[in-house]
Design a protein around this ligand. Structure first.
Ligand code: SAH
Length: 203
């Protein structure tokens, strides 16, 4: 059982029982399209929202407990044909053997160590088709205190993804969370996968 499995025994602060408003907005604007990957999908609210809008979504998470919850919600909501949930490692996305048009990351990047960040960028570049878009929401350094995950700066996002992705925009956003203030300050990064990676799955 990993540390996230233990957290999923209770209600994690990020479990709000609905999709994050930022991804709801991106979906309604038409920014989340095609075949969609949700990296670190948790119990699946964002992926299921996207599936409800008619897209095929694959969610992957390292916590078996989260994947079980996500699959059960997909069945209950009649979305199991469009939303697939895989127990696996987001640092090894090539193992999925698929090419995605859009990847979303809602609170995964900020859990990775300095060493894991470039590995994650490589992994995503393998799973996205060239020109595919990554939409990433992470804690920002504007969030006060030291509660929760590590804070991330815009420069750190650029450093981690700059080799393989073109940065379209990194804009202030927020996470809705079960914490006193009700939300945490975040960056929303829009990144476009620039080049084909050797060994990448063909679309
Ligand atoms: N996106 C979800 C969960 C965010 S919490 C939401 O918005 O609710 C971060 C998630 O990343 C947890 O579910 C955790 O289990 C998962 N995670 C952490 N490291 C991972 C890894 N290497 N591969 C896949 N998932 C991972």
């Amino acid at each position: 059982m990993n540390r996230f499995d233990e957290i999923y025994l209770g209600t994690p602060p990020w479990e709000i029982g609905r999709a994050q408003e930022t991804f709801v907005r991106l979906a309604s604007e038409g920014t989340i399209t095609g075949r969609v990957l949700d990296a670190g999908c948790g119990s699946g609210e964002n992926a299921l929202h996207i599936a409800e809008r008619g897209y095929e979504v694959t969610g992957i998470d390292g916590a078996a407990a989260a994947i079980e919850k996500a699959r059960s919600k997909a069945r209950q909501r009649g979305l199991a044909t469009r939303a697939t949930f895989v127990h696996g490692d987001a640092l090894e996305l090539g193992a999925l053997g698929q090419a995605f048009d859009t990847a979303i990351d809602c609170g995964l990047f900020h859990v990775f160590s300095d060493e894991e960040r470039p590995r994650y960028a490589r992994s995503l570049a393998t799973a996205l088709r060239p020109g595919g878009r990554l939409l990433l929401l992470c804690f920002s350094e504007a969030e006060p205190g030291d509660w929760g995950p590590r804070r991330v700066t815009r420069d750190e996002i650029r450093a981690a993804f700059g080799d393989r992705f073109r940065v379209e925009a990194i804009e202030p956003s927020r996470f809705i969370a079960n914490i006193d203030s009700g939300f945490a300050r975040a960056w929303l990064a829009r990144l476009v996968c620039a080049t084909a990676t050797p060994g990448a799955a063909k679309p």
